[in-house]
Write a protein that binds this ligand. Structure first.
Ligand code: SF4
Length: 622
């Protein structure tokens, strides 16, 4: 159902589906339609024009009814095209899966054979096959299928190579499954959607190729009609009686166009990344569409977020990822943002510099001010100048943020040279110093490494070095130490701590880890369901958590040497931000919830330095 809804949301695909459905209904209804015999020759009725008596589309050079021949020919062309696609997809995919799965010599032998086939222009190859087998529709089908096998084999082999090295295939092997079973139960389901997509986009092409062979007299043989042979027979009357060529020509056009449009729609609807908009090219800056008044500058902090709203608009659903969030951080201060996955921490951080992917992200309200300048209203050039230079990010996943094809040293040098006019030698020296500052041993040789040559922890440290490259005023660190072992984590935290003390660096530190919060942060904001539910100084929050959610989060943290105790996991799941319950979003998981909690808006109450969004807090706050 979901698939059909997505498919028909694409207007061109819907149009293709409708046209194709009409054609299919017409050809399936041939036995019950009052059609004349397509092969009966009546020379006295040669070249009758369309709408002639008894011949809706006229007649051809032998007086045969064009409507009857068109529908019979369309049925034949469609059947041949679809069968050829099925044969090519089955054989080609099987070859591709076997080559990709076994790899090594088997892959080499198979793929060199495929390369040899691909070395011939496909139409010449098809002609050679038909010439060897003899003219006829069945031989044309075999030829068209054969020349398309390499296309499927190459595509599917490429995907299979990637899948064959994945852990779930290793796990299947270790569990004792044989090669055949792994291919059928583990690999095939994963490549099936690609096969279907490739088929849906090549059926039209195969119909064209078959028509081409028939046009040359190598496909269907007289008196049998298919669209290509109809065109071939009408060649000599192209000028004098153009309707005999135009009618099958229009039908070929309609079939190929409708199949291709539908194929594109099927591909989009089956690809979850296209569905969510993840593959659509994001803009250089998040779309800002502020509905209400822009809040007046309250003058707080170096970086100041006021009533920020960021949403994701996916089809007709609205995900309120960041909902009325106000935060600020001063020079030399570290603000911690803590909460479960999906609570809106990262989207809040990305909204600061307009890095939320748009579409589907949209900032719908509030303000983000850096030194008093509203960044949401700033032109892209101004944002670009500040990104990395004034406000730098340390991202969660260094593997996806570092370019896999460039050495880490070159990437660090580029980050420096984008903002500062320095020579290559100076930039290289700075890159080495940066790597040393994040405790990477042998920094001089390590700058020549590619990201894949480094461990996860090393890459994370390169990401941190890159954020420090331009001595920014603010660093937004999104769980930067998650991939590091505890000793390196302690060193990195100490480095960040030194920088903020010595240089007045402001840090926004996003984490799950209360230990890190205790070590580095001055103040903490706790987020849940896209909102801040509690904020205060680190000491206040850790010693006297007021919101039941904060208290439960802290109860989940094991204490070293704290004796035996059951870790109290928070029951239930975080809420869907597209479907937040009325009242307190934490109510379904809160053991203190009352009827009043489920009604109306619950405000963040307290002072500028200590506030909680709860009507039955664990502790009363001043
Ligand atoms: S408002 Fe009610 S439901 Fe929400 S956290 Fe407080 S006590 Fe629990």
């Amino acid at each position: 159902m979901m698939f059909l809804r997505l498919l028909f949301r694409n207007r061109l695909a819907a149009m293709g589906a409708i046209v194709l459905a009409i054609i299919l209904i017409l050809v399936l209804a041939i036995p019950i339609l009052p059609l004349q015999d397509p092969d009966v020759i009546k020379t006295s009725d040669r070249f009758l024009k369309p709408f002639s008596d008894g011949h809706l589309l006229g007649t051809d050079h032998l007086g045969r009814d064009l409507l009857a021949r068109l529908l019979h020919g369309t049925r034949l062309s469609l059947a041949v095209g679809i069968f050829a696609a099925l044969i090519a997809a089955t054989i080609g995919s099987a070859v591709g899966i076997v080559a990709g799965y076994f790899g090594g010599r088997i892959d080499n032998v198979i793929m060199r054979g495929i390369d040899m086939l691909m070395a011939f222009p496909y139409i010449l190859l098809a002609l050679a096959i038909v010439a060897a087998l003899g003219p006829g529709l069945m031989n044309a089908l075999i030829a068209v299928a054969a020349v398309n096998i390499p296309f499927f084999a190459r595509n599917i082999r490429g995907i299979t190579v990637g899948l064959a090295g994945r852990e779930f295939i290793d796990a299947a092997r270790l569990s004792g499954m044989g090669h055949g079973r792994i291919i059928l139960t583990e690999l095939l389901p994963n490549v099936l959607s690609t096969i279907v997509i490739a088929m849906s986009t090549t059926v039209g092409w195969m119909i064209l190729e078959t028509a081409g062979l028939s046009f040359l007299g190598l496909g269907s043989q007289p008196p049998q009609a298919d669209l290509g042979s109809m065109l071939g027979e009408a060649r000599s009357a192209l000028i004098t009686n153009p309707h005999t060529s135009i009618i099958p020509g229009i039908m070929i056009f309609l079939i190929v166009m409708s199949i291709n449009l539908l194929g594109d729609g099927v591909r989009d609807a089956l690809d979850p990344r296209l569905r969510s908009g993840a593959l659509s090219r994001p803009r250089a800056k998040t779309i800002v569409d502020r509905k209400g008044e822009v809040p007046a500058d309250d003058g707080k902090g170096l970086l100041n977020l006021q009533s920020l709203d960021t949403q994701f608009h996916v089809s007709n659903r609205v995900y309120r990822a960041v909902n009325d969030v106000s935060l600020f951080v001063n020079r030399g201060e570290c603000l911690g943002i803590i909460g479960e996955s999906g609570s809106g921490k990262s989207v809040t951080a990305l909204s600061v510099m307009g890095l939320v992917a748009s579409p589907p992200g949209v900032v719908t309200g509030g303000a983000v001010r850096y030194e008093g300048e509203d960044l949401l209203a700033a032109p892209y050039e101004s944002l670009r100048e500040k990104r990395g230079n004034k406000v730098a990010y340390i991202f969660q996943d260094p593997l996806s943020t570092l370019h896999p094809l460039y050495r880490v040293g070159d990437q660090l040098m580029e980050a420096i040279q984008v903002h500062h006019k320095v020579t290559d030698a100076e930039a290289k020296q700075r890159a080495i110093e940066l790597l040393m500052s994040v405790r990477i041993p042998n920094a001089e040789s390590r700058i020549r490494n590619y990201p894949h040559e480094m461990s996860g922890g090393m890459r994370q440290r390169v990401g941190i070095a890159m954020a420090l490259a331009n001595d920014p005023d603010v660093i937004i660190a999104d769980e930067p130490t998650t991939a590091l072992d505890v000793t390196v984590q302690a060193q990195i935290l100490a480095l960040l701590d030194d920088l903020r003390r010595e240089r007045g660096l402001a840090i926004v530190f996003i984490t799950h880890d209360f230990g890190v919060v205790a070590q580095l942060c001055d103040r903490v904001a706790v987020m849940y369901g896209g909102r801040i539910v509690e904020e205060g100084t680190t000491t206040d929050i850790l010693d006297h958590p007021a919101h039941p959610y904060t208290k439960r989060l802290m109860d989940c943290v094991p204490e070293l040497g704290g004796g035996k105790r059951a870790l109290a996991a928070i029951p239930g799941l975080p809420p869907m931000v597209s479907d937040l319950p009325p009242g307190c979003a934490f109510a379904p998981r809160c053991d203190k919830a009352t009827e009043a909690c489920r009604k109306g808006e619950i405000a963040l109450s307290g002072s500028e330095t200590r506030a909680v969004r709860c009507i039955h807090p664990e502790e009363e706050i001043a």
